[in-house]
Design a protein around this ligand. Structure first.
Ligand code: NAD
Length: 436
């Protein structure tokens, strides 16, 4: 099938590359000229396992094209919109990118029947809105469907190729047939295609992310209580996770969720509820709990040290989770801001995200934030270490490297070490929810 993907970020690039890999001809469009130039050279602008090989192979086969010119979508039978939907001041999703592209799109489409697919995470009712915008210019031979994306950064290619499920919101029979054909190689009994109306599909995406954010916040609350009552949250999580009704995943206590999805999607769902005169009480609690949790690690630092003036902290991990370079809403950014505001200096290391952090802070913290190239370098001259992301390379660290910490103190926000091992090695070791 000839398809187009508009917006070539984390979702659009994976979508384009994977659909090319299973035999489609794909045109990826973006307004970012530098991104498109890099992609044409075979370089992925994002860090994602396996993406660059697939990008090069499918470009070489002539199945994958990158362009900044919308006119190149003229032959597409399916056009995916994988555009950003960031939060606005009031928390609701900013649909400007989606609606601007939808408005322009009819000018570039061919005569053939075209399915326009909302792959961005968009509030309930957006498929209707996009349809209205498109129909102003083109009333026939076009359908708008909702097809939210559930991929996880870090294992995005695998998630796309072997999805837990594909959700399709559609009310047009012809469009349903086209989408069923497109997804046929990726779906079967174990990887079902779930077809529903557009509004249910749109709500599904928010409900899924809000539920996962709730699960994380729940275990974080248990962790905070565990510290007070002298229990170990890891043991509790293992035991409750063994119950199949609960499930073991997403029960790792830590310093709160971040990333480009959970924070904005929980907020946006809350705003949708408000707009429909419904108070979604659990979401409010999740928002509050996560905000408090993101501050937990620095609170432990402040309790230990009191005054942070003149202190230097090593920080391991900047990405919001391992195996990605994505730093959007990463708890590490707040940790940096708070430590520096309190008078400290930070030496930070991340295997993939340092360049994004340098761009994020630009001229800010010039004298007080040092981004280094190895985990060991971060420790040089530091009084204590903070761990904000559970990269495997940190888990495998030899405790000997911590010997150079001036105060022999470690604040582990991701529980990657065993408390008794660290204590026996002579360190003062703080973690989350493990009083024993
Ligand atoms: P992103 O910021 O990585 O990518 C968006 C891309 O769209 C960028 O490359 C940007 O240059 C491009 N763009 C912006 N305006 C454009 C325009 N007018 N024309 C063409 N291109 C334009 O965002 P993302 O993480 O890929 O997220 C996209 C959507 O998918 C969001 O709604 C997000 O919530 C959702 N989503 C993201 C993930 C994830 O893990 N990142 C997972 C599921 C769903």
């Amino acid at each position: 099938m000839n398809i187009a993907v508009i917006g070539t970020g984390y979702v659009g690039l994976v979508t384009g590359v994977c659909f090319a890999e299973i035999g489609n001809t794909v045109t990826c469009v973006d307004i970012d000229e530098r991104k498109i130039a890099a992609l044409r050279e075979g370089h992925s602008p994002i860090y994602e396992q396996g993406i660059e090989d697939l990008l090069r192979q499918n470009s070489a086969r002539g199945r994958l094209h990158f362009t900044t010119d919308m006119a190149d979508v003229a032959h597409a039978a399916v056009v995916f919109l994988a555009l950003p939907t960031p939060p606005q001041e009031d928390g609701s999703a900013d649909l400007r990118a989606v609606l601007t592209v939808a408005e322009a799109l009819p000018d570039f489409l061919g005569e053939q029947f075209v399915v326009v697919v909302n792959k961005s995470t968009v509030p309930v009712g957006t498929a209707d809105e996009v349809r209205q915008v498109i129909m102003k210019k083109r009333a026939n031979n076009v359908a708008v469907v909702s097809n939210p994306e559930f991929l996880r950064e870090g294992i995005a290619v695998r998630d796309f190729m072997e999805p837990d499920r594909v959700v399709l919101g559609v009310s047009d029979e012809r469009a349903e047939l086209v989408m069923r054909e497109l997804y046929a190689p990726l779906t079967d009994e174990l990887h079902p295609l779930l077809v529903m109306d557009e509004r249910s599909a749109e709500l599904t995406k928010y409900a899924a992310n809000a539920f996962l954010a709730t699960k994380i916040s729940f275990i974080n609350e248990v962790a905070n209580l565990a510290e007070r009552v002298g229990a170990n949250v890891e043991e509790v999580a293992r035991a409750i996770g063994a119950d199949t009704r609960i499930g073991a995943r997403f029960l790792q206590a830590g310093i709160g969720y971040g990333g480009s999805c959970f924070p904005k999607d929980v907020l946006a769902l809350d705003r949708t509820a408000q707009a429909h005169d419904y108070e979604f009480r659990i979401l409010r609690a999740v928002l509050e709990a996560n905000q408090a949790q993101q501050a937990r690690l620095v609170e432990k630092v402040q309790t230990h040290y009191g005054d942070l003036h003149g202190k230097t902290f090593a920080l391991w991990g900047l990405a919001f989770k391992p195996d990605t370079d994505d730093i959007r809403e990463s708890p590490a950014l707040k940790i940096i801001d708070t430590l520096i505001a309190a008078g400290a200096t930070v030496r930070a290391y991340d295997p993939e995200a340092a360049a994004n952090v340098a761009r994020h802070f630009a001229d800010k913290h010039q004298a007080t934030l040092v981004l280094v190239d190895t985990p060991e370098e971060a420790l040089e001259g530091a009084h204590a270490l903070l761990i904000a992301t559970e990269w495997k390379v940190f888990r495998n660290a030899d405790p000997q490297v911590f010997a150079q910490l001036q105060d022999a103190v470690i604040f582990d926000g991701r529980n990657i070490f065993e408390p008794h091992v660290m204590r026996e090695a002579g360190f003062t070791y703080y973690s989350i929810g493990r009083a024993v």
